[in-house]
Structures are given as structure tokens and as C-alpha cells.
Write a protein of this length. Sequence first.
Length: 226
Amino acid sequence: MLDVHIVKQRGHVRIDISFSCEEGRLLALTGPSGCGKTTIIRTLAGLERPDSGYISFKQRDWYNSTKQIFLPARRRKVGYVFQEHTLFPHLTVRNNIGFACRDEQRVTELLELLRIRHLEDSSPRQISGGERQRAALAQALASDPEVLLLDEPFSALDSLTRNRLRGELSNLKNRLEIPIILVTHDLEEARQLADHHICLEQGSVISCTQKSRKSFIPVPITALPA
């Protein structure tokens, strides 16, 4: 279980949010630009420090303002996929994935899992945007992360490619069995992929829904974990 309570002042926006995400579940954060989505995901990664609150995974503190604990990013087993891929342009797809994992068998498994084995000897500039994002996802998974963070990974892609990758992520979620946090502007993407959906405005939760087998069921904001 990933347990989070983040308070952070970001310019004129005060972020104050609490949520939990279980292993094998995907939580989506949506809202307008500037509402704090990316700041939240960066604090989970350890790239920014909250002003107060806590972040814990499996009862291990990553951050706790009361206990004065701040685990640096390199000590959090987190996979992070950005909107713009972070592949090294001078390395092949295989070597990009292998940069985070020296186990060649594991690299091959990820190439096959993300359906890019045929591109392993290509450079990032030789493949399509969707293929680059698949490679970036494989790169993020290569270190066997305990939590996967996705910061609008499909927003720069065309609608057809975006829909295909959504389906692949949905299938992948069931196999990974780790908490996944997805930041997106796309409400349809959140509805399709998320087990839990939190909508933000000016750093605050304005709605929270959870998914049953057939639909989203509204959950009162007061039901969020403290």
C-alpha cells in the first residue's frame, strides 16, 4: 500500500491531498494545468520535498515531516515515465533499457512484453512516438520498481496510438501488481484505466471516484484517508 498525505505551497496554489493506492491498482490524477498534478508526482518520486505530511510504502517512510525523514529519489524504488521520453539518443532501444538493468534476460523479457523486440537495435530517432514511449516504459520497469509513476505519458501522441497504449497499459497493470499513479488531462483516459480517480482544482480534491467491476462509484471526499 502506498499511503500519501502531501501539503505543499506552489506559488499561489496550496496543494493539500491524501490518498492511498494498493498494489495492482492504478490511481489517476486529473485537473487543469497548474492544479498541482505534476508537483504531486514529483514529490512521490523524491524530486521535490513537501512542506509537510508523509509518504510511505509498505509501512516504510519515504517522507515524514514529523519524524524529519526524507528518502532521496535514488533510494525509492520508483519507475518514472515522463510526457517526453527520456531515452538516450546515442543508445539503441535495447541498450536504453539495459542502462537500468544489466540482466540481459530481463531486458529481452521487457522488449517482448512491450512488443518492441523487433526494434531492439534501433535508435530512438528511428522509431515512432508510440514505440519510444513503449521503450521508455520498459526502461522504467527495468529496475523492478515498487511503484510506477506516469506523468502524462501519452499526451503528445496521436489518438490512435494513444488508444493502443492505453489498452497495453491496462493489460500491463494486471501483470505488474504494483501501485501505479497516472497524471493525465484526459478524463476518458482516467475513466478507462483508473481504479481510483481523483480530480484536482487549485491543489485540492474536488471529486474522488473508485471503480467497481462495471463502473465508477462516487466516494465522498471525507472518505479519503487522513
